[in-house]
Design a protein around this ligand. Structure first.
Ligand SMILES: Cc1cc2nc3c(=O)[nH]c(=O)nc-3n(C[C@H](O)[C@H](O)[C@H](O)COP(=O)(O)OP(=O)(O)OC[C@H]3O[C@@H](n4cnc5c(N)ncnc54)[C@H](O)[C@@H]3O)c2cc1C
Length: 414
């Protein structure tokens, strides 16, 4: 794999950047692979990379109906943290954060991890007590989290209005949390997987599965039939569609999740700020934009929320907390389709179809899980048994009633 050294950057700059080689190939689709992975988002590409690198399986295709990273991986708000409540989630997401901490070096691609802290606010004494319990559980899980007083919140976010309609009582911070650059993460994995011989085929949609005697034997795509020994589904909001085609159901609700950015301004917010109660989270990107989001577009019998009204709610929440941002202009707004499980924990591992695997149910939080998701799914495929870190995340937990209720997994409710 070509390295990006200071020397190569200078040499290419002097050449007017005309001599860079494409960072991945555009290979011809073969009619047979050892492993086919559906979906070239972060999860699919990382799985392919670790399969090739750690397990020596080289004859792999990643099939993508659109373009690399064009799904949720290229649309998310880049929050990276591991302050989860249950031991299984903590262990998995903290492993992911640890992999993120060395990812730029490992993949020789700057993913711009900025561990600026993730600060959760609370707005009442009662909520503060709940937060203490949550923070204690996280610490017992061995993950860093500190309780901060109202005065400390003001120090961390000088622009904050402490006496809004919901006065700030304090919060908790995971200082190792933060953001990284989502395009860089997905491109880094694509480049590294390609360098290990993985064929990444864009504009190739999987339409059907070939299944014989309960075992997957290949896929039918818009570019033709492909046979495969093993197939893995990593398609986020489309998981329910593909599971249905393979003949099984997943307990997933797919819905929109929106975000928006303002025009760029000078650095003024150097943490990732979340208020589950006021219902928004905000950070400042490396380009200076204020990045803002909230919960998913949930439609329930008692409330219809989504689209522009939800964006208005998020903006109103932001302005309650940081009134100075009222003078900013919004530049862009977008949405992705996320796949939410009843316990907001991912579905990973085996499926009822032999040799068919699944990585889905990521909901609003699968970006931070890309390195660990890829690594553990690669192990699972290579050994045809779940990696110990994801053993409890299997689809069968819904039959057995052993849910891992990470209701606060997203930071803001949905
Ligand atoms: C607005 C927004 C904000 C978010 N913020 C965060 C955050 O701050 N932190 C966090 O951790 N997570 C966040 N998420 C969630 C996170 O982005 C996802 O959980 C994660 O990107 C999932 O990765 P993936 O590779 O599984 O899916 P994707 O990146 O969506 O990749 C799946 C790919 O599969 C392809 N595909 C679908 N069907 C087919 C088919 N039939 N054949 C071939 N290809 C197919 C799609 O085109 C897509 O490219 C956010 C999501 C959104 C939408």
């Amino acid at each position: 794999m070509k390295g990006y050294s200071t020397f190569s950057l200078i040499r290419n700059a002097l050449g007017g950047h005309r001599f860079w080689k494409p960072v991945w190939r555009t290979p011809e689709l073969k009619d047979s692979y050892d492993v086919v992975i559906i979906g070239a988002g972060g999860q699919g590409l990382a799985t392919a990379y670790y399969l090739a690198k750690k397990h020596g399986i080289k004859n792999i295709a990643v099939l993508e109906k659109g373009f690399i990273g064009g799904g949720n991986t290229g649309r998310n708000t880049q929050v990276t943290r591991s302050n989860y409540f249950w031991p299984q989630s903590s262990a998995f997401f903290d492993y992911s954060l640890k992999l993120y901490e060395t990812l730029s070096l490992d993949l020789n691609f700057n993913v711009m991890l900025s561990q600026r802290g993730v600060l959760n606010l609370v707005h009442s004494h009662h909520e503060f007590e709940g937060l203490r319990r949550w923070a204690n559980a996280i610490r017992i899980n061995g993950v860093d989290t500190d309780i901060v007083t109202a005065a400390e919140v003001k120090e961390i976010v000088p622009l904050i209005n402490m006496n809004s309609r919901f006065p700030v009582h304090g919060g908790s911070i995971q200082r190792r949390g933060g953001i990284s650059r989502h395009d860089a993460v997905v491109w880094a994995y694509a480049r590294a997987a390609d360098a290990h011989g993985v064929d990444i085929i864009q504009q190739c949609e999987v339409m059907e599965f070939a299944i014989s005697n309960g075992k997957v034997t290949g896929v039918e795509t818009t570019l033709g039939k492909i046979s495969a020994n093993q197939v893995s589904i990593a398609v986020a909001g489309h998981t329910g569609v593909l599971a249905g085609k393979a003949g099984f159901r997943v307990p997933i609700r797919s819905m929109g999740l929106q975000a928006m950015v303002s025009e760029p301004i000078k650095p003024c917010l150097d943490t990732m700020l979340t208020s589950p109660v006021i219902h928004m989270y905000v950070s400042q990107s490396d380009r200076g934009e204020i990045v803002l989001g909230g919960g998913a577009d949930v439609y329930t019998s008692y409330a219809q929320r989504g689209g522009i009204p939800l964006l208005e709610e998020n903006v109103a929440a932001l302005l309650e907390l940081i009134p100075a941002f009222s003078r900013l202009r919004l530049m862009r707004q977008w949405s992705g389709i996320v796949d939410i499980t009843p316990d907001t924990t991912p579905i990973m591992g085996m499926t009822p179809v032999q040799n068919l695997y699944i990585s889905g149910g990521w909901g609003t939080g699968g970006y931070k899980a890309i390195p660990a998701g890829g690594d553990t799914m690669a192990y699972t495929i290579a050994n045809d048994e779940p990696h110990s870190l994801i053993a409890d995340f299997g689809l069968d937990r819904f039959e057995r009633g052993v849910l891992i209720d990470e209701g606060a997994a997203s930071g803001v409710s949905h």
